[in-house]
Design a protein around this ligand. Structure first.
Ligand SMILES: [Zn+2]
Length: 65
């Protein structure tokens, strides 16, 4: 199943951990696969950095994948 969309720095959805939230690409696995995917996709990486920063600012949370 692949339902790729144009990569966006704004996450489409965080509902499915098997998909990259920024481009809806299927990930090999939800945790490490996502980190590897970010290495391949600068747009997604920037989006993730922005998201992580905003989350950290809001509630000092940490990504735990
Ligand atoms: Zn992506």
């Amino acid at each position: 199943m692949s339902q790729s969309q144009a990569p966006s720095e704004i996450a489409y959805s965080w509902d499915d951990p098997d998909l990259c939230p920024f481009c809806m690409t299927d990930l090999d696995n939800p945790g490490a696969g996502f980190i590897e995917h970010l290495d391949d996709s600068p747009v997604c990486e920037r989006g993730f950095e922005t998201w992580r920063t905003s989350v950290a600012n809001d509630m000092r949370g940490e990504w735990s994948g």
